[in-house]
Ligand binder design. Sequence first.
Ligand code: GH3
Ligand code: MG
Ligand code: MG
Length: 456
Amino acid sequence: MDLGGSTGSTELNRRRDAAILIVDDAPEHLAVLRKQMVEQGYQTFVANCGERAVQLARRVHPDLILLDIVMPGMDGFETCRQLKAHPVTQRIPVIFMSARTDTDDVVTGFDLGAVDYIGKPLRMAEVCARVRTQLQIRVNHETQQEQAERLRTIVDNMAEGLLIIEANGRIQFTNPACDQHLGYGAEELAGSHIADLLNPLVAQEYLEYFARYAANPETAHSHGTREVIIRHKHGTSVCMDLTLTPMFLRQPLFIGLLHDITHHKLSEDALQRAAMVDPLTQIANRRHFDSFLEKEWQRAMRSGAPLSLVVLDVDHFKLFNDTLGHAAGDVCLQQVAQAISEHALRVTDIAARYGGEEFVLLFAETEAEAARNLAESIREHIEQLQLPHPKSPTSSWITVSIGVATMQPHQLDNIESLFVAADRAMYVAKEGGRNQVCATRPGSHAMEAIKAVVQY
Ligand code: GH3
Ligand code: MG
Ligand code: MG
């Protein structure tokens, strides 16, 4: 191995990295060529026959081969054939050098995969120029390959799903993250249509955007990011952020980036739910009940329909806790809550834990009589659960006292009065011996008195 000139220029340093294999049976040709290549700053290897050239090329992987054609034994054409047949050497550019410059020979040379053909006698400056050109092409090619390789690695390993979509909605390519997000195997999505993944309206909207861009690529703009529901292969829905960017590669194409936000959605939903639900009993909490009641109150005011509020309080619950322990008390509250919520059946009904061992139910568009009947069936249901309350002075089981109030809200009325009326009825039930339902009837003296007091 020889190293050529010793200037420090970048150009030479780069060239010195290139290795050239020179193949010629005439020692004087070899010597001249080698000297030239070394002067150009290339690393050189020499072989004086085809067999040796093939061996050497497999071992040292030169960047270029200068190959004589007429040689004893294996000639240059056969040598080239063997080089091109072997995976290790097939990509090495070969330049033929020959005194045989008939068209047939030159064509044979190119047909065998050579990149160039130089006539002998050699003009050294020309050889150098041709070598330089081929090496430059090789460097450019390698750079492109490296870039493609780098991109491929990124696309294969990125967490975002990537799709390439054609203007007609056909999916051309998906990366592994996309396949994984949507439950497909590799290549399985290629060839399918975005309408297979998206809701028809959303797919239509994208197709219209594609068509607009395809008709007018210069006006292209990114479609931006939007939240879409995508059908998973197994039929479930996944919530994704989809970012679409147009790109023109011989045809209009669209790069889709998918970002899975299902888990964000889930935690968003969970937070929203947590804000509305009582953690112990998993039924609505006081805050949710109050806002629900507010809406129903407004609605009842417009429609003139009656609104019924039911307030329940567990009887002798302090005693229950004292007898069986706070943990048993918690379980009891869960069972009572479950029983109560089973009676809130319509979408305009709601059952909630209002605090401690006190529960409330709202029945919209429900007359006093119906509300009272509902309350009675809840009372009965809870009694029939037969949750033992060993020390209770009024029953062997857990029972509830229930107050009911019904109003047709008017402009001057106050939600508070509905509560006061139901509470008052509940205390009457307590005083009456517990485990019973009492109601403050609409229009009764008691109700009118409450309204009058609460208004101010
Ligand atoms: P009354 O029949 O008059 O309603 O008697 P009571 O004992 O049920 O009424 P009181 O209001 O004196 O007691 C309510 C009890 O409920 C006291 C409190 O410790 C208990 N309690 C409130 N919240 C919880 C809870 O989350 N878990 C448990 N185990 N007990 C609770
Ligand atoms: Mg209480
Ligand atoms: Mg109580």
